[in-house]
Design a binder for this molecule. Structure first.
Ligand SMILES: Cc1ncc(COP(=O)(O)O)c(C=O)c1O
Length: 370
């Protein structure tokens, strides 16, 4: 059966919330030979990836890992290791992925307390200080770039209050990494996780995670093992650190892809890449407004640069519109999730698609499908 049908996927322009376009260098790298998990060549590549990830994360954290799995595996690793059963986990909740973090923490039997805000809004320093001061949590969680709403929250407002009360801060950087500022050390984030298939322009399946020295010391002191074996970071660390004891079998093609994607970011310059995404977002929002769309995130300062959420004009049925873009122009854009399903479009302008030419092509194609 499979021999009769060679793989011939269509070439889409991935203007959705992720997966994004894969960097051509990453594609090529994935066809290179497989080596063993302790092959000196593989270990060299692993070390270079960790160094590249520290750059994009904006951290000196020695404990910077590649979790074998999608972003949700890295979320689960962060929560299962750093949120103890019966401890208090304070969550800043304003979107679908914050809700997923809540569910993950509840499955670890944590006592989850939530500060809620309407989707599309971010939290102020005063709100964060009041919430954390009142709840006195053991750990705090927030989503830096909430892909369901298009809102960006650096985390500075939250980390200051958390540090004062001694709580560890866990940040979801799944959509921010590689595309806009994450800056773990200067923001004061203890545990951050991300994915490979958005700002890094790789396929899904290898998710970066970084832990501050303070949080790692806390983990070393943890007495009860986390309720997960595969995602137990103390066990996983034995593979990433010398002498690289076997824990799981990594996928060399995904490592090669990430290595090349990070090299491409280094060549462009991280700040230049951020600027390109910033300019792309502005151009897209201006064009969408001309077409009659309304930005879902009201304050331009709170918008993710490379993931725009927009409410279509009344005459546009978003599902039909997305179907037309796909079939006529090979363009994928995302629909809404959760409470905004059917109400917004989610448009990613990540990696190579964050160029004037590509954004103008998208806007022209959208105009023709309305
Ligand atoms: C902010 C955020 N967190 C977590 C996830 C989950 O990542 P994955 O789909 O790779 O499991 C996503 C996916 O879109 C996301 O956007």
């Amino acid at each position: 059966m499979t021999a009769a049908k060679p793989i011939a996927p269509p070439k889409r322009l991935m203007f959705g919330p992720g997966p994004s376009m894969v960097d051509p260098r990453a594609y090529q790298a994935m066809a290179q030979p497989i080596v063993g998990i302790r092959d000196p060549y593989f270990l060299e590549i692993m070390g270079e990836i960790q160094a590249g990830l520290r750059e994009v994360f904006g951290t000196a954290n020695e404990k910077t890992f590649m979790i074998p799995g999608a972003g949700s595996a890295a979320m689960e690793a962060a929560v299962a290791n750093f949120v103890l059963p019966d401890s208090k986990f304070a969550l800043f909740a304003s979107g679908h992925f914050a809700d997923r973090m809540s569910i993950t923490a509840k499955r670890q039997r944590a006592n989850v307390v939530r500060l809620e805000k309407p989707w599309g809004e971010v939290f102020t320093a005063e709100e964060a200080a009041n919430f954390i001061g009142r709840e006195k949590p053991d750990a705090v969680g927030f989503v830096q770039a909430e892909t369901s709403t298009g809102a960006y929250q650096s985390g500075r407002a939250i980390t200051a209050a958390a540090k004062q009360s001694g709580a560890l801060v866990i940040a979801d950087c799944v959509t921010s990494l590689g595309a806009m500022p994450v800056e773990l050390d200067s923001v004061g984030i203890d545990v951050a996780y991300s994915c490979s298939q958005k700002g890094l322009s790789c396929p899904a399946g290898l998710s970066p995670l970084s832990v501050s020295p303070r949080a790692w010391e806390w983990l070393e002191r943890r007495t009860e093992d986390p309720h997960t074996w595969y995602l137990d970071l103390r066990l996983m660390d034995k593979y990433f650190a010398a002498p690289h004891a076997y824990h799981h079998t990594p996928s060399p093609p995904l490592y090669y892809a990430m290595h090349e994607a990070l090299a491409a970011i280094e060549e462009e310059g991280l700040r230049n890449r951020w600027d390109r995404h910033f300019r792309g977002g502005k151009r897209l929002v201006a064009g969408l407004t001309r077409l009659g769309f309304e930005p879902f995130v009201k304050d331009p300062e709170d918008r993710i640069w490379h993931l725009t959420t927009a409410i279509p004009p009344a005459q546009v049925n978003e599902a039909v519109f997305r179907e037309k873009l796909l079939t006529r122009y090979n363009i994928e854009v995302g629909g809404g999730l959760g409470q905004v399903a059917g109400k917004v479009l989610r448009i990613g302008t990540m990696g190579s698609l964050a160029s004037e030419e590509n954004i103008d092509f998208l806007l022209e194609s959208m105009a023709a499908c309305m």
